[in-house]
Design a binder for this molecule. Structure first.
Ligand code: ASN
Ligand code: ZN
Ligand code: CA
Length: 332
């Protein structure tokens, strides 16, 4: 076979994109030879096994409509490629395990399945097609969220319950958003919302909001004693909120046309240091400070240690990390 680097993907969410494929005789396969051999398979509504590798006589994948089985595959392959590129180019990590080996994606899982998930056992991501008005779960932020669960498993190993579970979920939302910003194509300008394109609620609202997590009706804006006993997708709130505040600061702000209004639990303003520094801090904390049992208090000390190494303990960045944690009620 030979690697082809100008395949066309007509995605559901990201418009027309360039993908990589491989060619074997007259057949093209959705295999990305430049990114660890990452592949996308069709489960064709099944719920087990690997499915069938997307392949065909032309190198055009999908037509943009979810009714074409290849369209969601193009999104999944694109999201995985962007996530690979983001970790490699921004954080110097090649592949989820840092060893250059790709994972794989499975699309069209089950019937009316409104979720997506990472599995450590298959080292793969799986996407449902949604139900009712909900669309395939293959937007970039969701793809990067799921793939980041693989990264977390292979680094800090944050246990998926209690406060560490909330931090695990927040890590996936944080990098889900930063990958979306990294994509920067005309369809994906980047925001601090999760799942705004998949219509998971049926009314066009996102799944989660990082500027003010409680906007979803369930997530918490700030830490409290006992937050470790709620669903990890809601106890993620304070860390998502921390990351937004650290990046953009408190109060009102418009980024890429999206308006945010981020409160602080201590009533004191936070001045943001920009997403480029905030993502460096969180990645360094995740990969060198956090452990399986890290809770909110130790996420604070771990992120401060990472910040001290990157920018010094007398830096404006260090002060901003202290202030952003205080603003979500995680104190000294
Ligand atoms: N999509 C969900 C998540 O990544 C699946 C789950 O609950 N594990 O968190
Ligand atoms: Zn998750
Ligand atoms: Ca988003």
């Amino acid at each position: 076979w030979q690697a082809i680097e100008n395949a066309t993907g007509n995605t559901v969410y990201s418009g027309t994109v360039t993908l990589n494929s491989t060619q074997s005789g007259s057949t093209y396969n959705l295999t990305d030879g430049a990114r660890g051999g990452h592949k996308t398979y069709n489960l064709n509504r099944g719920t087990s096994g690997t499915g069938t590798l997307f392949s065909g006589p032309d190198d055009v994948w999908g037509n943009g409509s979810p009714s074409n089985a290849e369209s969601a595959a193009a999104d999944a392959q694109y999201g995985a490629a962007l996530t690979w590129d983001y970790y490699k180019n921004v954080h110097g990590r090649t592949g989820i395990r840092g060893n250059g080996v790709g994972a794989y994606s499975r699309v069209h899982y089950g019937n009316n399945y409104v979720n997506a998930f990472w599995s450590d056992s298959c080292f793969c991501m799986t996407y449902g097609d949604g139900a009712g008005n909900a669309k395939p779960l293959t937007s970039i932020d969701v793809a990067a969220h799921e793939m980041t669960h693989g990264l977390t498993s292979n680094t800090a190993g944050l246990v998926y319950s209690g406060e560490s579970g909330g931090l695990n979920e927040a890590t996936s939302d944080i990098f889900g958003s930063t990958v979306e910003f990294y994509a920067a194509n005309s369809s994906d300008v980047g925001d601090y919302l999760i799942g705004e394109k998949i219509n998971i609620n049926g009314n066009g609202t996102p799944l989660r909001y990082m500027d003010k997590p409680s906007k979803d009706g369930s997530s918490k804006d700030a830490w409290y004693s006992g937050i470790g006993s709620i669903n990890v997708h809601y106890s993620s709130g304070p860390a998502n909120h921390f990351f937004y505040l650290l990046s953009e600061g408190s109060g009102t702000k418009t980024v890429n046309g999206v308006s945010y209004n981020s409160p602080t639990s201590d009533g004191l303003p936070v001045t943001g240091i920009g997403r480029a520094k905030a993502e460096k801090i969180w990645f360094r904390a995740l990969t060198t400070k956090f452990t399986s049992t890290t809770n909110y208090a130790s996420a604070r000390t771990g992120s401060l240690a990472a910040t001290g190494e990157l920018y010094g303990t007398s830096s404006a960045e260090y002060k901003a990390v202290q202030n952003a944690w205080a603003a979500v009620n995680v104190g000294a």
